[in-house]
Design a binder for this molecule. Structure first.
Ligand code: PEP
Ligand code: MG
Length: 749
C-alpha cells in the first residue's frame, strides 16, 4: 500500500469541506464521506456506524459493504469490534480482524473476509456519536498517520453533526440537540420548575473545522495561545500573597506553557484542521481521559486542560459569554459548576439551576436553598446537550431533569406542578396563623437564614423569628475576610428586617465542609471531627471578638441573641461566654450602646453535651439541637458521604429516645430548647419532634408552610402514642407505623 502522507490528510479534509458546503441531504453527505475516505485512504471499505440509542449502533453509510445493510445492521455496545471501539472509546487497529477477540461476522453486509480493520470513535468533547471504520482485504496494520487522519475525519463528522449537517430527508442522524433527553442527577434543593435553558457559559460552536491555509491557522493559534498565557500570568500575579491559590495556578500555567500541548495542536493544523478544531481535538482527548482517570490529581489536571481549551476557543472564535442572545423570561440556568457569588448575581429571576458537578454542601447549593431555587446537581453531560432556549423541566425532589420533553413527560410534569401550586395555596392560607396542634400545643416555627437574600422570607414565610442565622455564609461568599464595619452593617440590616422578631445569631461555624476561600485549608485526616466551629473560635479568638463586637454594634441598644456552635463540653461554653463578657465591657468602656438584653446559647451537636452537668444546663440561656451534626455523630455516618448519609432514619427509635432525653433534661432544668437541623423542615420528622416535646423548630423558610399544615391537623398525644407503640413492639423506625396512621386518618402532607 502506498505511503499515506500529511498532504493526503489535508486533501481528504479539503474534500470533506466541499461535502459540507454542498447542499445535499444528510444521507447523501454521509455516503459521500465514506466514498471519499475509502478512496483517499486506499481502503476497500469505509463505514459509519451511529448510535441509535445509548446501547445500539446502526450502520448508517458504507462504501464497500452491501448497501442493503444500511440502516438494517445493528449491534449492541461492546458487540463485535465496532461495538468495542464504542464501548471502550478507543481506537482498534488490527491486521487480522477475524482472529481478534469478539470479532463478529455479519453476512448481511456481504462482508468478505476483510483482514485489516481500523475503527475510531466519532465523538465531540466526550459526547459519543458513533464509530468510523476502514477495512481492507490485505493484511496490514494501519500507520500512525492513517490512524490520525481517520480520527480527524471522525472529528469533522462530529462537528458536522453538531451543525446539523446530516439532518433531512432519509436522515441518518436526527439532529443533535433536538431529541428529548432526561438526566438523573441528585437533589441539591427540592422544588419543581419548568422554563427555558440559559447556559451560564454557552458552548462554543466551531463552524470551520477544516482550513486550507495551515500557516494562517498556525499564526492564529500561536497568537491565541500567547494571549491565553498572558491572562494566566496576570491571574498568577494577582494571587501574589496567596500561597494556596498560587500553587493551583502554577499547575495551570504549566499547562498553558506546555510545549507538548501546542505541538499536538499544531500537528492537527498540519493535517488540515482549523485552529479551533485542533484545540477541540486535544480537548476531546483530555475529556475522554478524564472520564477514565481514577486519580483525583490527574483528573484535576485534565480539568485544567479542558478549562484552558475553552478559554482558547473563546479567544479564537470571539464567542464570549452570552453574546447575541437574550435571557428567556423563565430561565433555568445550566452550568458545569457555579460559584455562590455567581448564583447570587443571577438571583431570584432563575426558576431552577442544573449543574453537572456541585455537591449538596457546596456554597452554590447553600445559596440555592436560601433563594428557594430548585437545584439538581450531577446532571452528567447536560452542558453538552442543552442549547440556549431549549424547553426544560426540573424536578428537584427526585433530582431529575427533562430536556426538550415530549408530550407525555410534559403533561405528567404539569400535573405535578399543579399539585404543588394547590399545596402552596393551602400553605398561604394559614401563613398568618400561629402553629398549634389539634390538642392545643403551641409549636413555634422559626426560619434558618444567613444571606440578605433570605430576609424577604421573614415576612412571606410566616416565620416567627430567625432560629438560626448562619453567620459563616457572609464569610463564605466573599473573596476576603469581611471587615467589622461590613459585618455590623449586615447584622443591622437583619435586625431591622426582623423588627420585633427574635434573631439567633450563630457565631462563625467554619471548618469541616465549610472552607473559607481566603484561609489556608487545614490538612486534617477527618475534618468533620477536626478543628472546626467553636474550636477555631477559641484557639484563634481574633475573628470571634470582631464578630461579637460587630453584633453588639448592630444591636445598638436592642436585644441581642448569640449562639455558639459545636459546644462539646461545659468549659467551651464558659470560655466563649467569657469572650462575650469581655467584649461587652470593652464596648461599654468605648461608650457604645450595649444590648438591652443579651441571651447566650449553645448548639447541641455532639452527643457529649446531652450528658453535661446540670450546671451547664442551668447556665446556658437556651440550647438548639443541630440535628445535622448530632445525627452524623450519633450514627457515626458522615452527613457529606452519599453512601451513608441516608442510611439511618431520623425516626429511628434510638435517635428519638436520645432526643427525648435531651428534652427531659431541659424541662428539668428549665432550659429553653429548640431544634434547627434540616429535619425540622421535613413535615413527618417535624411532627415526631413536636410529639416528643420539641416545641420550637427552625427550618428553611419554604418548609414552614408544609410543617405547619401537618402539625395543625394532628393531635400530638396520638402521635406520641404511635412512637410509644413502636418502641414497645421493638420496631426500628417509627416511620412505617406513622405513615400508616396518617394515611388511615386521611391527613394531607
Ligand atoms: C446542624 O448541624 O444541624 C446545623 C444546623 O448546623 P450546620 O448544618 O450549619 O452545621
Ligand atoms: Mg452543625
Amino acid at each position: 500500500m502506498a505511503e499515506f502522507l500529511e498532504s493526503d490528510s489535508r486533501k481528504l479534509l479539503g474534500r470533506l469541506r466541499d461535502t459540507m458546503a454542498d447542499q445535499s441531504a444528510g444521507q447523501t453527505r454521509l455516503d459521500q464521506i465514506t466514498a471519499l475516505t475509502a478512496e483517499t485512504m486506499g481502503t476497500d471499505v469505509c463505514s459509519i456506524y451511529l448510535f441509535r440509542d445509548a446501547e445500539t449502533l446502526e450502520l448508517c453509510a458504507t462504501k464497500g459493504l452491501n448497501k442493503d445493510a444500511v440502516h438494517e445492521t445493528r449491534m449492541r455496545l461492546g458487540e463485535g469490534l465496532v461495538g468495542r471501539v464504542a464501548r471502550d472509546n478507543k481506537v482498534i487497529n488490527t491486521p487480522d480482524a477475524p482472529s481478534e477477540r469478539g470479532f463478529r461476522y455479519m453476512p448481511e453486509t456481504g462482508e468478505e473476509v476483510y483482514s485489516s480493520f481500523l475503527g475510531v470513535p466519532i465523538q465531540r468533547l466526550g459526547e459519543q456519536l458513533g464509530v468510523l471504520i476502514v477495512q481492507s482485504k490485505d493484511q496490514h496494520e494501519f500507520s500512525d498517520d492513517q490512524v490520525y487522519a481517520l480520527e480527524v475525519v471522525a472529528m469533522v463528522l462530529a462537528e458536522m453533526a453538531e451543525l446539523g449537517a446530516f439532518v433531512g430527508e432519509g436522515a441518518a442522524l436526527s439532529a443533535l440537540h433536538t431529541r428529548p433527553v432526561s438526566f438523573k442527577g441528585r437533589t441539591g434543593q427540592e422544588g419543581a420548575a419548568m422554563g427555558h435553558v440559559w447556559l451560564h457559559e454557552p458552548r462554543v460552536v466551531v463552524t470551520n473545522p477544516v482550513a486550507d491555509n495551515p500557516e494562517n491557522e498556525r499564526i492564529r493559534l500561536r497568537e491565541a495561545v500567547d494571549s491565553l498565557r498572558l491572562s494566566v500570568d496576570e491571574l498568577l500575579e494577582a494571587a501574589n500573597s496567596d500561597e494556596e491559590q498560587k500553587g493551583v495556578l502554577e499547575a495551570y500555567r504549566m499547562f498553558a506553557h506546555s510545549k507538548g500541548w501546542l505541538r499536538r495542536m499544531e500537528e492537527g493544523i498540519a493535517r488540515g484542521l482549523s485552529a479551533e478544531a485542533a484545540v477541540e481535538k486535544e480537548q476531546s482527548l483530555a475529556r475522554s481521559r478524564m472520564e477514565q482517570a481514577t486519580d483525583q490529581y490527574l483528573r484535576d489536571r485534565l480539568h485544567d486542560i479542558d478549562d484552558l481549551s475553552n478559554k482558547l476557543l473563546r479567544i479564537l472564535t470571539g464567542q464570549g459569554a452570552q453574546t447575541g442572545s437574550e435571557m428567556p423570561d423563565d430561565p433555568i440556568l445550566v452550568a458545569r459548576n457555579l460559584g455562590p457569588g455567581e448564583l447570587l448575581e443571577y438571583g431570584r429571576k432563575l426558576r431552577a439551576v442544573v449543574l453537572e458537578e456541585g455537591s449538596v454542601g457546596s456554597h452554590a447549593a447553600i445559596v440555592a436553598r436560601a433563594l428557594a431555587i430548585p437545584l439538581v446537581i450531577h446532571a452528567d453531560r447536560i452542558t453538552n446537550e442543552a442549547l440556549n432556549g431549549d424547553p426544560i423541566m426540573v424536578d428537584g425532589d427526585d433530582g431529575v431533569v427533562h430536556l426538550r420533553p415530549d408530550d407525555t413527560v410534559s403533561s405528567a410534569f404539569r400535573d405535578k406542578l399543579a399539585m404543588r401550586v394547590e399545596a402552596q395555596e393551602r400553605f398561604a392560607s394559614i401563613r398568618e396563623t400561629l402553629c398549634a396542634s389539634q390538642c392545643g400545643q403551641r409549636v413555634e416555627l422559626h426560619m434558618n437564614a444567613g444571606l440578605m437574600a433570605d430576609l424577604p422570607s421573614l415576612q412571606n414565610s410566616g416565620a416567627e423569628g430567625v432560629g438560626l442565622f448562619r453567620t459563616e455564609l457572609q464569610f463564605l461568599i466573599r473573596n476576603q475576610m469581611p471587615k467589622r464595619s461590613e459585618l455590623s452593617a449586615t447584622y443591622e440590616r437583619v435586625l431591622n428586617a426582623a423588627g420585633e422578631k427574635r434573631v439567633v445569631f450563630r457565631t462563625l461555624d467554619i471548618g469541616s465542609d465549610k472552607v473559607l476561600p481566603y484561609l489556608k485549608p487545614q490538612e486534617e485526616p477527618n475534618p468533620a471531627l477536626g478543628w472546626r466551629a467553636i474550636r477555631v473560635g477559641l484557639d484563634k479568638p481574633g475573628v470571634m471578638r470582631m464578630q461579637l463586637q460587630a453584633l453588639m454594634r448592630a444591636a445598638n441598644g436592642r436585644p441581642l441573641t448569640i449562639m455558639f456552635p459545636f459546644i462539646a463540653q461545659y468549659e467551651e461554653f464558659a470560655r466563649a461566654r467569657e469572650e462575650v463578657d469581655k467584649t461587652l465591657a470593652r464596648e461599654s468602656r468605648l461608650g457604645h450602646a450595649v444590648p438591652a438584653t443579651l441571651e447566650i446559647g449553645a448548639m447541641l451537636e455532639t452527643p457529649s453535651l446531652a450528658f453535661s452537668t446540670n450546671r451547664f444546663f442551668e447556665e446556658v440561656d437556651f440550647l438548639s439541637i443541630g440535628g445535622n451534626d448530632l445525627k452524623q455523630f450519633f450514627f457515626a455516618a458522615d452527613r457529606e458521604n452519599e453512601r451513608v448519609r441516608r442510611r439511618y432514619d431520623t425516626l429511628n427509635v434510638s435517635f428519638l429516645t436520645f432526643l427525648e432525653g435531651i428534652v427531659k433534661r431541659c424541662n428539668e432544668t428549665e432550659t429553653r430548647l429548640s431544634f434547627c437541623g434540616e429535619d425540622a423542615g421535613r413535615p413527618i420528622e417535624a411532627l415526631c419532634l413536636a410529639a416528643i416535646g420539641l416545641r420550637s423548630l427552625s427550618m428553611r423558610p419554604a418548609s414552614i408552610g408544609p410543617v405547619k399544615n401537618l402539625i395543625m391537623q394532628c393531635d400530638l398525644n396520638e402521635i406520641y402514642g404511635v412512637i410509644e407503640h413502636v418502641r414497645k413492639t421493638g420496631g426500628q423506625s417509627v416511620r412505617p407505623a406513622l405513615m400508616a396512621f396518617l394515611k388511615h386518618r386521611g391527613y394531607r402532607t
